[in-house]
Design a protein around this ligand. Structure first.
Ligand code: MRU
Length: 364
């Protein structure tokens, strides 16, 4: 997407193919800075410290991490150990395992001397596929927004949680891609952006993205959605997913489940946008089976912001002696999801619906 007239993806190789570059998302929205990743250790740190985040982008960064590892040592033992180190960075998004498994399988079937080049080529293919896939999600989700606008005959108010925009993917985003497509087609819309405590991906990243694209939006506290829905101020919700089970349960940023409950209670459509790489066909019951990341309680106890003097600062918001617990994600059971929006089309959040769109993947 465009930042100050220049097209960016969230991850790219420099011209001589030596360094992987990413946008440092811990600095947004205050500073737009890029960072070079020159080793597998740097790639793993960028994922665990959330310099890069969002399920699809974590996957592609993992793929480049494996390529950086192959350049250092392309032996099977070294590649398997790099795969394990990268996989251990964040447990919930299945895209990471999906991408790492795909690159590792490709490398192990290649001669050792060709593995590094093959790994960079495969990571590049993954990045290109992710961008194309997200654009297709945008086209498919666009029709839902267009239909909502036609039915309403006026401005469509959309609520989203966390950041499932281009910063969470290689380009376009998942949940925000349909919003980009609709806004560019001239549909009058406005986005309610959940701030998304504790790391504020909505307030800092989604708001940054929508502002850059000049899309009308308002940041709200995480608990405002139910109130807005009761008063007819939300026409539809759309969020992303970090892992989706074969029966259509979706795991997304903590707080998503409460929005889905509020949407259900108020007859507001609740859509989840995801690429096929987010599907975990091995799992059925998301609440019981999806591992939920727990991060440091410091992310709850402290907030980051910009001081009047223009410095990025961290301030404590809890008493020093109060413990804090920090669950990264929650699971929304399929019965609260109106439909899944994928690159192959829109389907019911059910095994039947998913199998119709992904018959080959479902049978693996
Ligand atoms: O912890 P994060 O910022 O990686 O969480 C991101 C989300 O929850 C997104 O909604 C999800 O990855 C889907 S993004 C396309």
């Amino acid at each position: 997407m465009e930042i100050e007239g220049r097209h960016y993806r969230t991850i790219w190789l420099d011209e001589d193919g030596a360094t992987v570059h990413v946008i440092d998302q811990t600095k947004l929205p205050f500073r737009f800075e890029t960072r070079g990743l020159a080793s597998v250790e740097a790639a793993a740190r960028a994922i665990s410290d959330m310099v890069v985040r969002g399920a699809p982008l974590i996957g592609v960064t993992g793929a480049y991490g494996l390529a950086l590892a192959a350049r250092q040592d392309a032996s099977e033992a070294a590649l398997r150990s790099a795969h394990a180190a990268l996989l251990a960075t964040r447990p919930t998004a299945i895209n990471l395992k999906w991408a790492l498994d795909r690159v590792l399988a490709k490398l192990l079937s290649a001669p050792i001397g060709e593995r590094a080049a093959e790994a960079f080529a495969e990571a590049g293919r993954l990045a290109d596929e992710d961008a194309a896939c997200c654009e297709a999600i945008g086209e498919n989700g666009f029709k839902l927004i267009e239909e909502a606008a036609r039915r309403k005959g006026g401005r469509v108010n959309i609520l989203t949680h966390c950041n499932a925009g281009w910063l969470a993917t290689v380009d376009w985003g998942t949940a925000i891609a349909p919003i980009y497509k609709a806004a560019r087609a001239g549909i009058d819309l406005h986005v309610w952006v959940d701030e998304t405590r504790p790391r504020n991906q909505g307030a800092s990243l989604t708001a940054f993205e929508l502002g850059a694209e000049r899309i009308a939006h308002t940041v709200i506290v995480d608990n405002a959605g139910g109130h807005l829905m009761q008063h007819g101020e939300v026409d539809l919700c759309i969020v992303g997913s970090d892992r989706t089970t074969r029966q259509g349960d979706v795991c997304n940023k903590i707080g998503t489940y409460l929005k889905a409950l509020a949407a259900h209670a108020n007859d507001v459509p609740f859509y989840v946008a995801l690429p096929g790489s987010t599907l975990d066909w091995r799992l059925s019951d998301g609440v019981a089976e999806i591992p939920i990341e727990e991060r440091s309680g410091d992310e709850v106890s402290f907030m980051q912001g910009l001081t009047d003097a223009g410095e990025v600062a961290r301030v404590r918001v809890t008493p020093q002696s109060s413990p804090a617990k920090n669950f990264g994600f929650d699971v929304t059971p399929a019965r609260y999801v109106t439909a899944l929006v994928t690159e192959r089309g829109v389907c019911a959040a059910s095994e039947k619906g998913l199998r119709e769109l992904f018959p080959h993947e479902a049978s693996l």
